[in-house]
Every structure is written in structure tokens, then in C-alpha cells.
Design a binder for this molecule. Structure first.
Ligand code: BTN
Length: 401
């Protein structure tokens, strides 16, 4: 886990960078220290200053006990992000508060903070902590820092095409031409050769769906890359929930479904040349009718419009999907436990299934989802198996789900 602390002189924009990093994030804990009316207050996010959160008078002594009670209370409340804006030399004697700060720095919840420009053993220990990236902000580098840390990576560059064979192929061509930045997003109104998993075709009629591909180049061990396929399902599921007002489920490994019908498929491809990356190809059925799907697909596929019972704004959905993918990318692979929990809560591949291979299918019972998002099954023979995405497909006993 890497925590970020900003240092630098007054008025260079350290707190603005903290605000920008936390924008749009929910469930923020920690504190801000605010100077007002000759006094300093320690406020939890969303709190107003009051006698309860008064910390010390600006011109007087800081009482370490106030840090210990107020600061520890703020740092120990459950949250997903911790802000420490700002730490200073006055905390030097607040041993209990310091212990809470270092517990947070040793932990798994990302900390974003500001260190005052002062010489103190406490501040030096924070800056030297192995999990802390300490960044000096100046008027000259703050815009570049903003772009590096706060601006979205996914969708920073979007290429819109009227028609293309496959948006995944377009990204591969961009990679081969040396013109594929991290987070590159290709969106097409139609695909003439849209591809699904296991060599299948993906119906991609003009204007009826969201057909997009995103290139990610995560800095992680290669064995972690396979997880992206399941993480993407969690991200796109959340985007659909936010925009459409209903909650799709996940069919292992990464189809999104509602009422037993497929709404979205995700094709994840690993690319190694000229550099290692993953292409997430996402196809969402937006406005198709039963007629558009035809007799073969209509019983197993649905559009968001059908599932929501109303038209879905393609622009809003695209924006929400890219935003969730950007959050995914910034969280990868550190927030594995969080994505695994959300995956498990929404995955409907449970109970009896068919495990379908090239020319055999075996009856099995799903017994769990592993840490790497593979599926644990027990076959009728009593033997157990671990199924990884791409190897075989898993179907329900009575149909697609
Ligand atoms: C599946 O359901 O098996 C996966 C379907 C993935 C379809 C998307 S649409 C955008 C991207 N381009 C492709 O050719 N495929 C993916």
C-alpha cells in the first residue's frame, strides 16, 4: 500500500491536491486541521468547528491529550480512505495519536495527507515510512502533479469511431503503431467483427449498444493480470446500477445478467508486444428489442432498456463505465479484498452447474470462489476442480444462467 503525503510552502496548493485526490470518493475518514478565529480545530470530514473539536489556541501551547482523544477518534472510525490534513510538529508529544498515525500507515486503507514544513522527529518518521510517498509541491510542479495523480487515466484519451471491425483490434493496431497511451479508450458506434469470449461472435449493431475497449498497463506481478476480468465485471456492474437504477448480477466469470438474460459481456485480452498490457473489451446491450436479438438470442439476451423498462442515456452510461474503470485501475491490485467481496455478493453462479469443455460437459456443484476469482467446484465423482476463466464455460442446469 502506498500512501501519499504532500509537503511544500504555504499557498502552493497542497490541500487542493488532497481535495482533488479525494473528489468523488465516499466513506472518507481521518481529519483536517483548520485555523479559524485564533484557534486550530481538528475536524473529521463533514464536521463543523465547535467547542468539541477545538484543538489549541494559535498562540498557545498544544495539549497532547487533545490530539490523543480527537485525533485517535478520527483515525479509528471505519472508512475506505484516510485524510491527514495536516500533520505538524505540535503532535510531537502526543504519543497515543502518533501510534494511531503509524497504525494507519502500516495498514491497507490508503492515506492522503499533508506534512507541515517543519523539522520534527515525528514528521521525519512519517516521511521516511516505507509505505509513504512524500511529494514536494511547488507552484511549478502542481499542475503536472495534478495530471499525474488526479486526472483520470481511463478515458484520458478517447477515440470515437463510426465503424470498426472490433474495438479490441483497433487498440492492438494502435499498440503496434506505438500510439497507445495507458488508459486509451476506443468507442465505436458499430463493430463489423465484434468478438466474444471463446471465439464467439458479439452482435454489435449500429447505435444499439456500447462497444468499447480500454487499454490498461498495470504495474503488478503478471499473475495478477488475470483478475482484471472479474474486477471489470464489478466495475461495469456498479456503473449500470448507478445509471439504470437496477442491480445486475454477475455470471461467472464476467457476464452481467438480469432476469436470467445477458446484458453485457467482457472480453479481456493480454497483450505482450511491444509492451505488456490488458485490453478490456466491453459490450453492453443498450437498446435492442427482442426483434433485434432474433429468435436464437432473444431468450438469453436483454438490453438495458428492456431490463430497466426505460431508455438509457448512452452518454451517461459510457461516462459511468469509464469512471468505474478508472477507480478500478487506481485500486488495482491493492483493493483485491474489496473487489472480491463485491464480486461474491453479486455473483449468481452457485449451486448446480454444467462445466462445458470442448466436447464434454460435466455436472458439478459450485463450492466457492477463490482469492484469484477462479471457481471451485465438486464433480459428481466427488473430485474437486478449480476453473479459471477462458478454460471452459459454466452454465446453469436449466439454461444460460
Ligand atoms: C462475451 O460476451 O463473450 C464478450 C463480449 C465482448 C464484446 C466487446 S464489444 C467491445 C469489444 N470489442 C470486441 O470485439 N469485443 C469486445
Amino acid at each position: 500500500m502506498q500512501h501519499i503525503f504532500f509537503t511544500g510552502g504555504k499557498g502552493v496548493g497542497k490541500s487542493t491536491l488532497v481535495e482533488s485526490l479525494l473528489r468523488g470518493k465516499e466513506n472518507i475518514g481521518g481529519f483536517r486541521t483548520v485555523k479559524s478565529g485564533g484557534a486550530v480545530y481538528l475536524l473529521r470530514p463533514g464536521e463543523e468547528r465547535s467547542a468539541e473539536n477545538f484543538l489549541f489556541p494559535c498562540d498557545g501551547e498544544a495539549d497532547p491529550k487533545r490530539f490523543d482523544t480527537l485525533g485517535c477518534g478520527a483515525l479509528e472510525a471505519p472508512c475506505e480512505w484516510i485524510v491527514m490534513d495536516e500533520l505538524g510538529p505540535r503532535e510531537e508529544k502526543a504519543a497515543v495519536f502518533q501510534a494511531a498515525v503509524f497504525r494507519a500507515l502500516d495498514g491497507e486503507i490508503p492515506v492522503i495527507g499533508v506534512l507541515q514544513e517543519a523539522d520534527s522527529a515525528f514528521l521525519r518518521r512519517v516521511a521516511d515510512h516505507p509505505n509513504v510517498r512524500c511529494i514536494e509541491v511547488t507552484k511549478e510542479n502542481r499542475d503536472a502533479l495534478y495530471a499525474e495523480l488526479c486526472a483520470p487515466i481511463v478515458g484520458r484519451e478517447i477515440r470515437h469511431l463510426e465503424t470498426v471491425d472490433s474495438t479490441n483490434e483497433e487498440i492492438k493496431r494502435a499498440l503496434a503503431a506505438g500510439d497507445a497511451p495507458d488508459g486509451l479508450t476506443v468507442i465505436a458506434a458499430e463493430q463489423t467483427a465484434g468478438r466474444g469470449r471463446r471465439g464467439r461472435q458479439f452482435l454489435s449493431e449500429k447505435g444499439k449498444g456500447l462497444y468499447c475497449s480500454v487499454l490498461l498497463k498495470p504495474d503488478c506481478p503478471p499473475e495478477d493480470l488475470a483478475m482484471l476480468t472479474a474486477w471489470a465485471a464489478v466495475a461495469v456492474r456498479d456503473a449500470i446500477e448507478k445509471v439504470c437504477g437496477f442491480s445486475p448480477a454477475i455470471k461467472w466469470p464476467n457476464d452481467l445478467v438480469a432476469d436470467g438474460k445477458k446484458l453485457c459481456g467482457i472480453l479481456t485480452e493480454l497483450v505482450t508486444l511491444p509492451e505488456t498490457g490488458v485490453i478490456l473489451g466491453i459490450g453492453v446491450n443498450l437498446s435492442q428489442t427482442a426483434e433485434d436479438f432474433g429468435p436464437e438470442l432473444a431468450p438469453i439476451a436483454a438490453s438495458l432498456a428492456q431490463a430497466a423498462g426505460k431508455e438509457i442515456d448512452a452518454g451517461l452510461l459510457t461516462f459511468a463505465v469509464l469512471r468505474e474503470l478508472d477507480i478500478l485501475y487506481r485500486s488495482f491490485p491493492g483493493k483485491r479484498a474489496d473487489y472480491l467481496r463485491r464480486y461474491g455478493e453479486n455473483c449468481l453462479t452457485r449451486g448446480e452447474v454444467w462445466v462445458v469443455g470442448e466436447d464434454v460437459r460435466r455436472h458439478a456443484v459450485v463450492t466457492g470462489i477463490n482469492e484469484d476469482f477462479s471457481l471451485l467446484v465438486r464433480y459428481d465423482t466427488g473430485e474437486t476442480g478449480v476453473i479459471r476463466s477462458g478454460e471452459v464455460s459454466v452454465r446453469g442446469i436449466y439454461g444460460y444462467v
